[in-house]
Ligand binder design. Sequence first.
Ligand code: C2E
Ligand code: MG
Ligand code: MG
Ligand code: MG
Length: 289
Amino acid sequence: QRARQDGGGCRFFRPEILAQLQRRLSLERELQMAVENQAFSLCYQPQVDLATGRVTGLEALIRWRHPSRGPVAPDVFIPVAEETGQILPIGQWVLGEACRQLEKWQAAELGSTPNLAVNISAFQFRQRNFADIAQRVIEHHQLNPERLELEITETALMQDPDSTLKTLKKLRDLGVSISLDDFGTGYSSLSYLKRFPVNALKIDKSFVDDLPLDLDDIAIVRAIIALAERLKLNVVAEGVETREQALFLRDEGCQLAQGYFFLRPVPGVEINPLLTLPPPFVSRLRRDC
Ligand code: C2E
Ligand code: MG
Ligand code: MG
Ligand code: MG
């Protein structure tokens, strides 16, 4: 729509844009309140060993239940929090809460302690003292650092390669692992894969969705698995929703997978029974059922 032309400098004014801005501003204010009131929680999604059906790890995923809007997806509020800087207190809370939960799993001795993967945003990772922050949390909860994994995107690593390398080396010396999240969708250079001490590649869901039919996705997934093998990295497929996808990935040599086919992200208490024997997902991976 065309605004009144005598109304100042804005000639092409679209009401949708104003509405969008207002939503965005109120989201920002509500996030501030959520930070203050600790209105967040974490859910956990299992990472399953495709060869055995065992749960070897879990990914912590933040949840925000807004008092009137209900659940707001992280894909909606994390980008806003990144722009406003609110991601720092939020990310700090996530790391602390995830480690508190890991400490409980460690103490419960439910068979083996799972690895716990925590998403770290670029802004958070690029704090100069990030490795010290991680070290403090690990010590506070008396964690075996080898159980902690940090998920970072390729793009985040590439933003400032020199200081990234320093932080990665400190984290490696602590014993913490690094996974590259959404691998293949960001900006990265393969030479950095060689230089940076990373431990795992996570195949993005977009490459998994159309398996085992789409020939391009098959080629990409095979290439990522081969790359991981050569570089001695672990490989985790994300967003596995069907048995066909799971079996295809297993046959291609992918070790680990997570997705709704196994379990949606659930609160920590629902995870406990999955950590004991017998392997919870072994029957789902049988070819005949
Ligand atoms: P991500 O780290 O790549 O996480 C995977 C997302 O895929 C999660 O969405 C998960 O619930 C979803 N997912 C898993 N399996 C399936 C499946 O089979 N089908 C479908 N359709 N989806 C599946 P979620 O929890 O909404 O999180 C979205 C993104 O928000 C995450 O992507 C991550 O980038 C970010 N995020 C989530 N929690 C945190 C956090 O604590 N800190 C930070 N910095 N970012 C977070
Ligand atoms: Mg992730
Ligand atoms: Mg991902
Ligand atoms: Mg993602």
